[in-house]
Design a protein around this ligand. Structure first.
Ligand code: SF4
Ligand code: SF4
Length: 462
């Protein structure tokens, strides 16, 4: 075994409480080195891990399976093996794949280990260097041929609405047909939200009253196609709070889904295009209402660091990125809030809470609404199992995490679940539905919008 950054004796002897050395859980090895020289997981970042184990109870896959190799510490160990010349085995890739990328371990780690950077670099290596089995490769190809393309996603709206409205959905559910076709199809079907018709936002909306900022807005892929009402609410709030809102049509994907799944070249293309689209619009801020997109956009400087024609521009652009709640908190309220007598459970999307550290701002905004009561959800730090496309790729454990989250949400006794990520909404709604219950759900933007427009609780009672 080669020398490593943590000390050879520890590596050989460690079982970390499992009674099973990690080497034994690795499967047969493939040929060649695990990682090439194009951004491998950095040895100095790996060395920051002092293997204390504080991150283990925070990790959803460790909570589910209790296996060291499916914990943050175990995955960092495997990265270290790869850095030290071990080949990329199927077993190693499986443990990396099983990571939700929820970044709960980043929050939990007292040593400041940058697991987010480590897993992002590892995933890019896996996608370039590992040959997946044909079924897995095909599913991933299909997902990435559709999901990061807002126009293609919008084309699905018509057939999906027809499926939901024709009664076919009810028949399919009763027939048990999907269950026979497998958990991936069952999951895809269960995640589809009820679609509403909303006109597309105009290119520019003027601030109401004195203008305080010019804000570019990301319409997003899933958000734009399946939750256009969230984008409409976002535009109205920003205008009401004194922002000119710039919304170029055809703005495309931000690349979050691609970068989180190791498709770095694809992500680079999306990032460059988005910067080109917004760069000359004179914006003070670039606002995002989907947690996963926001966390990636804030890292554009790092993503494009090797591109001399974009590196500086990407850093400047990323400095303007704000989550909606973050920006509204920064600006402070000017639009009067009307009472909204509702009990609300707020769910922290992982890419908002763990990845961006935005927890206080949405709660402060909600508490600023007269007569609204806020309740906390037990085990709030644990992912709901959505995690981008993780729930499609791993439908069975994702359903288990979804069921846990749904039970904790229901236990709050709240009237309304509020969160700031379309994936979380779909995941928790599917879990509630699976367990024979429903609950009203809304994005933070919709709750603020309802308060500012004095719509009352009936706004959430369809
Ligand atoms: S908490 Fe941090 S330092 Fe401790 S084992 Fe986990 S990643 Fe390593
Ligand atoms: S990102 Fe989430 S799933 Fe992955 S190792 Fe960290 S806590 Fe576990």
């Amino acid at each position: 075994m080669p020398d490593d950054l943590w000390g050879r004796r520890l590596m050989v002897d460690a079982t970390w409480g499992t009674g099973e050395p990690l080497r034994d859980v690795l499967g047969p090895v493939a040929d060649g080195r695990a990682f090439d020289d194009d951004h491998p997981p950095r040895a100095d970042l790996i060395a920051d891990c002092v293997h204390c184990g504080f991150c283990l109870p925070a990790c959803p896959t460790y909570v589910l399976w209790g296996a060291e190799a499916d914990s943050p510490r175990g995955r960092i160990y495997l990265m270290n093996e790869g850095v030290n010349g071990e080949p990329l085995s199927g077993s190693m890739v499986e443990h990396f794949d099983k990571c939700l990328g929820c970044m709960s371990c980043v929050t939990a780690c007292p040593s400041g280990v940058q697991y987010d950077r480590l897993i992002e670099d590892t995933r890019a290596q896996v996608e370039r260097r590992f040959t997946r089995d044909p079924g897995d490769a095909l599913l991933r190809r299909a997902i990435f041929a559709v999901f990061p393309y807002p126009r293609r996603l919008r084309l699905l709206r018509g057939p999906l609405r027809a499926y939901q409205k024709s009664g076919l959905q009810g028949w399919v559910a009763r027939s048990g047909l999907l269950a026979r076709l497998g958990p991936t199809l069952t999951t895809l079907e269960s995640l589809a939200p009820r679609l509403r018709k909303v006109p597309p936002p105009p290119r520019r909306v003027a601030a109401r009253g004195t203008r305080r900022a010019v804000v570019g807005m990301l319409t997003g892929c899933v958000q734009g196609a399946f939750f256009p009402e969230v984008n409409s609410a976002t535009v109205r709030i920003l205008a009401a709070e004194g922002c000119d809102v710039v919304i170029p049509p055809g703005q495309g994907c931000c690349g979050a889904l691609s970068v989180h799944n190791g498709r770095r070249d694809e992500a680079l293309g999306f990032a460059r295009r988005l910067i080109d689209t917004f760069e000359h619009t004179g914006l003070d801020y670039f606002v995002v209402n989907a947690a996963g997109c926001g966390s990636s956009l804030k890292e554009y400087g790092q993503l494009l660091a090797d591109d001399p024609s974009y590196a500086e521009r990407a850093t400047a652009f990323a400095a303007k990125v704000r989550d909606l709640a973050e920006l509204l908190d920064e600006l402070g309220p000017v639009a009067p809030r009307h009472p909204l007598p509702l009990t609300v459970a707020y769910h922290d999307a992982c890419h908002l809470g763990h990845a961006q550290g935005i927890r206080a701002q949405p709660r402060a905004l909600l508490r600023g609404i007269p007569e609204l009561q806020l309740r906390e959800i037990a085990d709030a730090d644990l992912c709901c199992g959505s995690a981008g496309i993780w729930n499609i790729l791993n439908p069975v454990p994702a359903a288990e995490l979804g069921d846990r989250k749904a039970a904790n949400v229901l236990a709050t006794g709240a009237d309304l679940l509020v969160t700031a990520n379309p994936g979380c909404m779909m995941q928790v709604a599917a879990a509630l539905n699976r367990n024979g219950t429903t609950m009203a759900m809304a994005h933070t933007a919709q709750v603020l919008d309802a308060s500012i427009r004095n719509l009352g609780p009936k706004a959430f009672s369809d």
